[in-house]
Each structure stands twice: as C-alpha cells, then as structure tokens.
Ligand binder design. Sequence first.
Ligand SMILES: N[C@@H](CCC(=O)N[C@@H](CS)C(=O)NCC(=O)O)C(=O)O
Length: 292
Amino acid sequence: MTNSSVYVPPKVWTWDAAKGGSAVTRLNRPTAGSTHEKELPVGRHPLQLYSLATPNGQKVTILLEELLALGHRGAEYDAWLIKIGDGDQFGSGFVAANPNSKIPALIDRSGPKPIRVFESGAILQYLAEKFEAFLPTEAGSRAECLSWLFWQMGSTPYIGGGFGHFYAYAPTKIEYAIDRFTMEAKRLLDVLDKQLAANEFVAGSAYTIADMAIWPWYGGLVKGWLYEAAEFLQVEDYKYVQRWADAIGGRPAVVRGRMVNRPFGELSSQLHERHDAADFDTKTQDKVTAGN
Ligand SMILES: N[C@@H](CCC(=O)N[C@@H](CS)C(=O)NCC(=O)O)C(=O)O
C-alpha cells in the first residue's frame, strides 16, 4: 500500500464539517432528522414521488413508466424534484416521508390514509405487488426475482459508496480503498455477467423489477455513464451485461423513466418534474428554455 499521509484515528471521532468531498457529502452530518421546515408539494395523482434521477431514483420512475405503458392508470404519478445538493432531503416534509433523508420517497395517496414508502427496493416491491406486475407469482420465480432485487440493494453501496466514492469523489486518491472496491465492483459485474450468459433477463426469462433495480447501476457502469470508469473497469469484457444493458436501455418506458427528475445532461433529456404523460413532449428543458 502506498499512502503519503498516515492517519492515526483519535480516541473519539469528532465531526469536521469543513472536510469536504462531493457537493452532497459536504451536506451530510452524523445525525438524523430535519434541518428546516418545508412541506412537500402534493399533486393531483394517486402517487406522489419525491426524487432525483440518480440510479436509485431512476429505478422507480422506470417502473412507473412501465406500469403506465402496460395500461395501469392507477400508476399515474406526480414526480417532484428533490435537489440533494441543496439539502432538500433534510426538509421536515421529506424527512416525514423518509426518515433516512435519501431519495427516492413515495407517498401513495390512493387509499383512505397516505402510505409512505422509502428505500428504492421497498418502493419497487410495493408497486409491483400493488399492480401485480413485474414480480412473478410462482414461488420459485418470485424468490429468484426478490433475491436479485436484494442482491442489488445489498451490493450497490460497494459500487456507489465504495468504488465510485473513492475512485471519483474522494478528495485524495487512496490506493488501498480504490483497490478494494474496484476488485469488488469487478467481481459483482462478473456475477451479473455469468447470470446473464444463461438468462435473457436477470431473474430468468421474464423482465422484472430485478432488471429495473439493477440496470440503472450496473447498466450505467458498463455503458460508461458512472464515474468515468469504463476504461478503468474494462467494461467491454462484460459482454452479456452489455447485451442486456442495450436491450433494457432501448425500452421506451426506460428512456422516459431516465428523464424524470433529471436536472443534468442534455437539455432534451431533462424533465425536471413530471405531472402528466404529455410532459415528455412539452416540458423538457430544451422546450422550457426555448419558450422563455
Ligand atoms: N438505499 C437507498 C439509497 C438511497 C440513496 O443513497 N440516495 C442518494 C442519492 S442516489 C441520496 O439521496 N443522497 C442524499 C444524501 O446522502 O444526503 C435506496 O436505495 O433508496
């Protein structure tokens, strides 16, 4: 291991807010709860989503767009933009929806009492069960689908919080941390590649919420959209993941799902808020700014 400065942990850790990192990690604190009063807006649809088009956010908008494409009108939703770089996740209304202060958060207002759901995997399972879609009912297939869904939820922090953080965002490059998490990222890509060598979709022959959870992360990684790490990770080696990533990425509902709550990238791909299916045609940033 080569490391220029040797850090000796003190007896008791104390928080230094000025230590930095990315725009979001700079806002993080070692405590939970809200920092300011701010109610969440509520639109006209049964489902209210508070999110941002990071990979975790995209999972839910992809599923909602797939449900709508299947004809489930009860899946109509308002998607409100939560700017995590500005600290919106610490507003009192957001914390009431998700005490963990992270996007995405969903409130289902279709019943007599609003139901809150947080953690993207829980939101996918909740919606799939509610609409009886994209989650197989036969016991073995259902177990396979949920196993891969939880594989994504359990493994991705090693990709985002581990590999991505230390390779792309940490203020100093630490060889030990980058080695450890790169090895894990490549091992996880190989797990997925082997599964997709034998199966069209992640959980077998059917497209499920497991694909929707895994694609924004692992698909994004092999397409070079995350952390500018395509060459470093030699992502072309994972050819079955590449084949699957292209197939999922070509689905119209996935294209739409990626655009929702997206304040970055090409202006034509940014739909900051979604309140109506027609918004994809009329409210992307290229059109909004052209109209000003
Ligand atoms: N396990 C959570 C992770 C959610 C998460 O990490 N969200 C990030 C954006 S991708 C976030 O809101 N970060 C804000 C912060 O850390 O303050 C899930 O899957 O829903």
